[in-house]
Ligand binder design. Sequence first.
Ligand code: HEC
Length: 152
Amino acid sequence: MKIKISFVVLLLPFFITAGCDSEQKPPAGKNAETISTAPAATEVAAPTAAQESAAENKTVEPVAEPVQKAALSGEQVYKKSCVNCHGAGVANSPKLGDAAAWAHRIAKGNDALYNSAKKGVAGTAMMARGTCGACSDEELEAAVDFMVSGSK
Ligand code: HEC
């Protein structure tokens, strides 16, 4: 009997410890989950930040081009470059709003006038691109349209 009792007494702490272990496991498991979640969140956050900067880079590039190429309206081009002569009819230029001075030019058609704006009129003060070297063909055409529509 003494042996059996001491055996139980000896085993008792083992059962208690085993019981404690099994009770401690769930919290340990929770800790493990928390730990494993933390790096996962970091992994998710890192590509997001990279994607954001990549998205920023992507948006900056396409925006930069249109800003450079942002077309001026016909009126803006006229006021910037053409008004110097066409505003007051300087150097025998057809003045804006002077229907008589424009009638025979308008009769040549838009393409002829666009061509004059781009290449100039030889032997006159109307030089190529009407002094606006930075103007695109479209901007020059818009300026011609603006002058023509204001001179009929
Ligand atoms: C330095 C003065 C000057 C400036 C600046 C100028 N022009 Fe002229 N432009 C003239 C003169 C002079 C004529 C008349 C040429 C001629 O005798 O046919 C003319 C004529 C024209 C004609 C009519 C051409 C034709 O075939 O009958 C157009 C279109 C025209 N200019 C567009 C423009 C535009 C667009 C601008 C601005 C981007 C501009 N011009 C700036 C002097 C100028």
